[in-house]
Write a protein that binds this ligand. Structure first.
Ligand SMILES: CC(C)[C@H](C(=O)O)[C@@H](O)C(=O)O
Ligand code: SF4
Length: 473
């Protein structure tokens, strides 16, 4: 029997049928989580063709993209388009018999936070959902990937998808993560190294001692943003940390079933001599906190650096990309990144809206105030994270520092609700995408870790978080 990668093992266990000799196959999907934004036409398609949902119990509908995150939560939308989407979502849940986490449900939150909180994600699963950051579940040793609306319809009707096998890329991460650096800095460093298309056509497997040492939250941040490098799948082999994290979650099996599952999950690792199509190494020993300066997550550098000078770039395409980014971002070549003033600070999203992220940010702002010209907003990744942060006293720390403490949702990660920046606003953001208009037309986004956002909020400009933490804290 030939040696296999983890990706190949998961794929093999879910292949219903090979469709051709070029890696196209019919893939069985274990679960799907759908949002109100990308699912409506899929349900309309089912209605038009009078089809039912094949396995409604494997699907979860969760409102996250358009709902308001005002502190006093009500179901009212200011946006009539959003209201229509949520109304239709509710109708679809009722008519097709699918569970719905509605806006006021205590389990509601961003789908990629809610899914694992509820114990819906198990090692070895294949999860396809109408959202590109479904790669997050790789942190659990599950293959997750985003699908388009017509694929959602196919999945709902058949529980399968026509899937093109990916090539495999092993990213081995070594070295102790330096003080104040986090998984966010690792993934931004990877993006800087391989570019936003560096993993297109690949499924990544992250390996190495640094990955083993990362918390589950850190692993999720890493796999979440793997899609920003083009990877339609990111995996980390499950270990004790995963089992401890998922054990006892609401929908997780227990007793004998759990024991059986554990035995199976222990086979979920790449064989020692398995062949990857490509491999690369990242050494974290001298990693520094990263910030993005451009309009793509790979336009990133260490906080000690300066805004790049397009004149220094020999490659014409890259030079033009830098010029375009600097125009949009309103930045001058050679400016030290730490001189860039901000107007907003945002912590949240499926990348960095989990409890550990909020703890890291609170450690920076505790006893401090955010700069008077900065509007700071914290949107917990889920209602559960919100409650936990309140119990731990983090919410109070943020409120005392001058942050707005919100309800959960995607919010200012992509500005589909009322949390929208104005043209020219500049936001230090713990999110994953800095595309033009992402947080509002003409608004500028700098991606960084939540601790770095917290430090920027206090300083009023981009800053090295290491200036704000005493060693050993
Ligand atoms: C709205 C949705 C399709 C989109 C995605 O797929 O990722 C969004 O969540 C995002 O982060 O840009
Ligand atoms: S939090 Fe942001 S990245 Fe995550 S699903 Fe919502 S919009 Fe997409």
């Amino acid at each position: 029997m030939s040696a296999k990668t983890l990706y190949e093992k998961i794929l093999e266990a879910h292949t219903v049928r090979e469709l051709d000799d070029d890696g196209q196959l019919l893939l069985y999907i274990d679960r799907s989580i759908l949002n109100e934004y990308t699912s409506p036409q899929a349900f309309s398609g089912l209605r038009d063709s009078q089809r039912q949902v094949r396995h409604p119990q494997t699907i979860l509908l969760n409102v996250d993209h358009v709902n308001p995150t005002r502190p006093q939560r009500d179901a009212l939308m200011t946006d009539s388009g959003g209201q229509l989407q949520v109304d239709y979502f509710r109708k679809n849940a009722a008519d097709f018999g699918i569970e719905l986490f509605d806006v006021l449900d205590p389990r509601q939150g961003i789908e990629h936070v809610v899914a694992h909180e509820q114990g819906l994600i198990m090692p070895g699963m294949v999860i396809a959902a109408g959202d590109s950051h479904t790669t997050t579940y790789g942190a659990f040793g599950a293959l997750g990937f985003g699908i388009g609306t017509s694929e959602i319809e196919h999945l709902l009707a058949t529980q399968t998808l026509v899937y093109q096998r990916l090539k495999t890329l092993r990213v081995n991460v070594s070295g102790e993560l330096p003080y104040a650096c986090s998984a966010k800095d690792i993934i931004l460093a990877l993006l800087e190294q391989i570019s936003a298309s560096g993993a297109t056509g690949y499924a990544i497997e992250f390996t190495g001692e640094t990955i083993g040492a990362l918390s589950m939250e850190g692993r999720m941040t890493l796999c979440n943003m793997a899609v920003e490098a083009g990877a339609r799948g990111a995996l980390i082999a499950p270990d004790e940390k995963v089992y401890d994290y998922i054990r006892g979650k609401p929908q997780m099996p227990d007793g004998e079933l759990w024991q059986l599952a554990l035995r199976d999950w222990e086979t979920l690792r790449s064989d020692p001599d398995a062949q990857f199509d490509k491999s690369l190494e990242i050494d974290c020993s001298d990693l520094m906190p990263k910030v993005s300066w451009g309009i793509s997550p790979d336009q990133t550098c260490s906080i000690g650096g300066c805004v790049p000078d397009p004149a220094g770039e020999a490659n014409l395409i890259k030079r033009q990309a830098i010029e375009k980014a600097l125009r949009y971002m309103g930045l001058t070549p050679g400016t030290p990144l730490q001189h860039i003033q901000i107007t907003h600070a945002f912590i949240g999203s499926c990348t960095n809206g989990r409890i550990e992220d909020l703890r890291a940010a609170a450690a920076v702002v505790a006893g401090r105030k955010i700069a008077s010209h900065v509007r700071g907003i914290i949107v917990p990744g889920s209602s559960q994270v919100r409650r936990q942060a309140e119990q731990e006293g983090l919410a109070q720390i943020f409120a005392d520092a001058g942050f707005e403490w919100r309800q959960s949702g995607c919010s200012m990660c992509l500005a589909m609700n009322e949390d929208v920046l104005a043209p020219g606003d500049r936001c230090a953001s713990g999110t994953n995408r800095n595309f033009p208009g992402r947080q509002g037309a003409g608004a500028r986004t700098h991606l960084m870790s939540p601790a770095m956002v917290a430090a920027a909020a206090v300083a009023g400009h981009l800053v090295d978080v290491r200036n704000f933490l005493s060693v050993g804290q």
